[in-house]
Design a protein around this ligand. Structure first.
Ligand SMILES: *[C@@H]1O[C@H](CO)[C@@H](O)[C@H](O)[C@H]1NC(C)=O
Ligand SMILES: *[C@@H]1O[C@H](CO)[C@@H](O)[C@H](O)[C@H]1NC(C)=O
Length: 389
């Protein structure tokens, strides 16, 4: 097949989805209507990576990752679906492909720029910090529009590939997509690993200035609908508890590292303020701030009654005694380390850092219906303008 025709076939689907967006802004029943987002774009770290760091060759995600749902590692640091997958399900869209994945991808309904280890500021665990992810988005958008324009301007001899025959609509609209964020955890984690708590606390305003700049860049590209997850209780990750130098009184009643959670909460307080500033500054934009922290903390503090084992337990990999990553095993002193558990659905933590699919499902059910959002919009309703909410 002619390569143009292939491009055409791939693109028409994407363009169709973007332009046939059934936004019903200003409808009579403006409180409860759904937006019908036809595409969404995600920016973040390993909490929402759907294969980016695998595709980039930065991480090796091996079985048993993916064992519960995808049947293969799927580039996710999880036994199955992660929260961004549940967002896709809620929006009735396919799971997002990683932008850098070269095979088997589907960008008709958006793309995922999130990569494991990424932070907002440069210089952390991953090269794909937020402004790189925004650059990748800009390149993606320019390519979509460029190929569209190329098809529109094909000469007569290319007639059979004309947009009308490809069914390409006349107008590409990235402004009707939803833009989702889950990033910041690694700024704090990296900071805590390399500097003092006080220094991390002092760095929060600068981290958030860079976050705001990234959002404004997207706004200039036409983005209008933003769904922003705050950062989770870092101090409740088994990894944090294992590696944090224990001091008397440092752990809370759930066994989480108190000073780390306090820093995460301070980050969230300032993030919320920044978001309401952005909401005011950027006209015709809608920002939904989502309190993922509370959902995660509630799950951890009620683990037993929700049918989970001790939240400091995790399923895959080993940090106690001998350190080995999820997916590998080692025999040391005749003890085998790294054998995954048999019941991931009973664990909140999958690998000591990332949540299990069962936990992600629980958290998603709390956050996606709007009960922890400000303003209180569900992800399907996040198109609504509620400037003064
Ligand atoms: C293995 O045994 C050696 C010698 O007794 C000891 O030094 C080492 O810490 C042990 N390693 C682990 C992971 O238990
Ligand atoms: C959202 O879902 C949670 C968990 O299922 C439930 O407790 C809450 O009442 C729901 N809130 C709304 C606004 O539907």
């Amino acid at each position: 097949m002619d390569s143009r025709k292939i491009l055409c076939l791939l693109l028409i689907l994407f363009l169709e989805m973007l332009t046939q967006s059934r936004l019903l802004l200003g409808g009579s029943d403006s409180h409860s209507h759904k937006c019908g987002f036809q595409a969404f774009f995600n920016f973040g770290d390993s909490n929402s990576d759907t294969g980016e760091s695998s595709a980039a060759g930065l991480a090796e995600v091996t079985p048993p990752n993916g064992e519960t749902f995808f049947g293969n590692p799927s580039g996710r640091f999880c036994d199955g679906r992660i929260i961004v997958d549940f967002i896709a399900e809620k929006l009735k869209l396919p799971y997002l492909s990683a932008y850098l994945d070269s095979l088997g991808t589907d960008f008709r309904h958006g793309a995922n720029f999130a990569a494991g280890g990424s932070s907002i500021r440069p210089g952390g665990y991953s090269p794909f910090h937020l402004s790189i992810q925004i650059s990748q988005f800009k390149r993606f958008k320019a390519r979509v529009e460029g190929v569209y324009n190329e098809l529109v301007s094909l000469p007569k001899e290319g007639e059979k590939f004309l947009p009308s025959q490809c069914n390409i609509p006349g107008h590409v609209d990235f402004s009707k997509a939803l833009y989702t964020f889950d990033i910041g955890q690694n700024d704090l984690a990296y900071g805590l690993q390399h500097s003092t708590e006080e220094q991390v606390r002092m760095s929060i305003p600068d981290i958030l200035i860079q976050f705001s700049q990234a959002v404004q860049e997207l706004f200039r590209e036409g983005a209008r609908f933003f769904w922003v997850h705050n950062t989770g209780p870092l101090g409740c990750l088994p990894y944090s508890v294992i590696y944090y130098p224990s001091k008397h009184g440092n752990l809370d009643e759930n066994g989480c590292v108190k000073p780390q959670n306090e820093i995460a909460q301070e980050f969230n307080r300032q993030l919320k303020d920044r978001i309401s500033e952005l909401n005011t500054q950027l006209s015709d934009s809608t920002f939904t701030y989502v309190d993922v922290y509370s959902a995660k903390y509630e799950l951890i503090s009620s683990a037993k009654s929700q049918g989970f084992v001790d939240p400091m337990n995790f399923c895959c990999g080993s940090y106690y005694g001998y350190h080995i990553n999820c997916g590998k095993t080692a025999i040391v002193n005749r003890t085998v380390y790294g054998i995954p558990c048999k019941n991931p659905s009973m664990h909140i933590s999958w690998d000591g850092i990332h949540y299990s699919e069962a936990a992600n499902l629980w958290i998603a059910s709390k956050i996606l219906n709007g009960s922890l959002s400000h303003p209180p919009l569900s992800v399907e309703e996040a198109c609504q303008y509620m400037q003064n909410a």
